[in-house]
Design a protein around this ligand. Structure first.
Ligand SMILES: *[C@@H]1O[C@H](CO)[C@@H](O)[C@H](O)[C@H]1NC(C)=O
Ligand SMILES: *[C@@H]1O[C@H](CO)[C@@H](O)[C@H](O)[C@H]1NC(C)=O
Ligand SMILES: *[C@@H]1O[C@H](CO)[C@@H](O)[C@H](O)[C@H]1NC(C)=O
Ligand SMILES: *[C@@H]1O[C@H](CO)[C@@H](O)[C@H](O)[C@H]1NC(C)=O
Length: 546
């Protein structure tokens, strides 16, 4: 395998030249490359056995087909499109491929991968959910390999695994070893958060990120779509929100068509799109297009001209939220909407005499957390009425707001994450973890190791509590991220999170991980993803720019 040899050789030759980096001691250790018995699979399947029997694959004869017995036939365009995608990933640009054809006699040729959806309802036309069956079984053998999955979601993952088993031999020809895989995710919710408010993210960069997510079996795109700096979501009901709150009313907005495109592109890759509309804080941009929504702040006895969080004491606020979230519930098909609720600054509320009066009437004393809870409680009722479930940042739970039993609490504060995970699950709520995975914090060196070593269930709690952890998300906040640097900053650092959330708990061998990840990263580069390097080394097919 030229890929493996290349990386190994380079590490050996450069081993003595790690110079000019006085602060290396703070960093994760450099690791030595040894070919893994799992090849370059990433994330590692639950059960996999790769034999030493290898077959050739050629673009002119290899086919991906529907098994006769499959519940999803040619009319399932989700699968047909995936076959085409993976054929192209496996063989690259077919025009330049045939050079090697027939140049070598020897191993038998693998001719066909049959895809067999085994349950009567393939879910081909549905949306993935938190309880989707993502399992699959793959048997690579000659002349016919079989990929079996109850639903299309597992088939998508199995196709990715199949494509990762293909490698180039020393003559540049494609080979694959006889292999058997039985696979399913450890956690149901495996997400990436992108922030399109601090910087506008063009649709193209969002779509290519979804593509890369699918290569890692990530299944949730958490779209932190609006925030203080800008409101790019074009609302049909309240068009002034983006007209006045986006960085630019035409070029820096997501139209209803754009949003639809993102959702469908994600669905075709087994990815849910969970939108976040964070309130009552983080809402400066909302105020520009919706008068009276935000609280006027006071300087002494006069309004200062600045505004704080959403004004929780006006009926008009709730009328607005009711209409707004009604729209959101129809635009985004996912069963959950993320309602934020983090980092509410009370200074402005405290300065406002009307708010003070309201606090007194309600008997809240000086406890502004009670006012926040008053607002959130009403918002949760509004969203419940749209038949959606909700995800909220941990503060909402911390402030004692009454939550529906199926609420998902999103834990992000890293200093107390273990204690918070214990508390949230002890109260019976499901939870997702992001605290250790804020990928917008950067450092040099192999920081992926830090993300890799996280064990989401390391908190104190009963088995029942641990079962309430449905997964986690890697977050890439957008203060210093736009289309120029998003992909290399996220990948392959987020790849570490992908394996932690998919693979078995026991998969913790960091040296084996490094060996697989090095080759996986080169595969990303070969597929056109500008994923940043892990260490001094080279890829057989370097990134060529766009
Ligand atoms: C695949 O087969 C080849 C040829 O027998 C062998 O050298 C290689 O180690 C195998 N790959 C893996 C990952 O087992
Ligand atoms: C707001 O609505 C409540 C409940 O419907 C009502 O009692 C109250 O008078 C309203 N306040 C204003 C200022 O309209
Ligand atoms: C969890 O609950 C305990 C007991 O009430 C409390 O002492 C601790 O501060 C809580 N942890 C967090 C992160 O809020
Ligand atoms: C678990 O609880 C024990 C005993 O109360 C404590 O010493 C330990 O630090 C806790 N571990 C974590 C990860 O919170």
């Amino acid at each position: 395998m030229t890929v493996l040899l290349g990386v190994a050789f380079t590490l050996l030759t450069l081993g003595s030249c790690w110079g000019h980096q006085p602060d290396r001691l703070d960093q994760e250790p450099e690791l030595a490359f040894q070919p893994s018995k799992y090849g370059s699979l990433w994330p590692l399947p639950q059960k996999v056995q790769i034999s030493e029997v290898s077959f050739k694959l050629s673009s002119s004869s290899f086919r991906i087909t529907d098994a006769k017995e499959s519940a999803a036939g040619p009319s399932c365009s989700l699968l047909q499109q995936a076959y085409r995608r993976y054929f192209e990933y496996i063989f690259g640009d077919v025009k330049t491929q045939n050079v090697n054809k027939g140049s070598r006699k020897g191993p038998a040729e693998l001719l066909e991968l049959q895809v067999w959806i085994t349950s009567p309802d393939s879910e081909c036309d549905g949306y993935p959910t938190v309880s989707s069956d993502e399992s699959y079984e793959l048997s690579v053998d000659q002349p016919v390999s079989v990929l079996k999955a109850p639903k299309v979601w597992g088939a998508l993952h199995g196709l990715e695994t199949f494509s990762q088993l293909v490698y180039e031999d020393e003559y540049g020809a494609k080979s694959i070893n006889a292999t058997s895989v039985s696979d399913f995710p450890r956690f149901a919710h495996r997400g990436i958060l992108l922030d399109s408010s601090r910087h506008f993210l063009p649709i193209k960069v969002i779509l290519s990120n979804l593509e890369t997510m699918a290569m890692h079996k990530f299944n949730v795109f958490h779209w932190h779509i609006v925030d203080d700096p800008s409101f790019p979501y074009l609302s049909r009901t309240f068009p002034d929100l983006s007209r006045k709150g986006a960085y630019h009313p035409y070029t820096h907005v997501y139209t209803p068509t754009d949003v639809k495109m993102v959702i469908e592109f994600a669905r075709l890759r087994g990815i849910r799109v969970v939108s976040e509309f964070d309130t009552p804080g983080h809402t400066q941009s909302w105020g520009k297009g919706q008068p009276d929504l935000l609280t006027p702040c006071y300087a002494g006895s006069k309004p200062s001209g600045t505004f704080g969080p959403v004004n929780p004491i006006l009926n008009s606020t709730y009328t607005f939220m009711r209409q707004f979230f009604k729209e959101v519930s129809t635009v985004f098909p996912d069963a959950y909407v993320h309602l934020g609720g983090d980092e509410v600054d009370f200074t402005c509320w405290k300065s406002n005499p009307d708010i003070q009066k309201f606090m007194e009437q309600q008997g809240f004393g000086q406890d502004y957390r009670k006012l926040e809870s008053f607002y959130i409680q009403k918002l949760l009722d509004i969203v419940t009425a749209t038949n959606k479930g909700y995800i909220i940042w941990q503060e909402v739970f911390d402030n004692g707001v009454k939550l529906k039993p199926d609420t998902v609490v999103h834990v992000w504060i890293s200093s107390s994450a273990n204690s918070e995970m214990s508390n949230v699950t002890a109260s019976g709520y499901t939870t997702i973890l992001s605290a250790p995975w804020y990928l917008d914090y950067i450092s040099t060196g192999q920081d992926w190791q830090k993300y890799y070593k996280v064990e989401p269930l390391s908190f104190n709690g009963t088995e029942k509590q641990k079962n309430l952890v449905i997964g986690g998300e890697a977050c890439l906040w957008g203060e210093y991220v736009d289309a120029t640097n998003l992909t290399p900053r996220l990948w392959p650092r987020a790849s570490a999170v992908a394996e932690r959330l998919w693979s078995a708990k026991e998969v913790t061998d960091i040296t084996d991980a490094y060996s697989r990840l090095s080759v996986h990263r080169c595969r990303l580069v070969q597929r056109g993803v500008p994923a940043q390097p892990l260490s001094p080394s080279f890829c057989p097919h370097e990134y060529k720019g766009v």
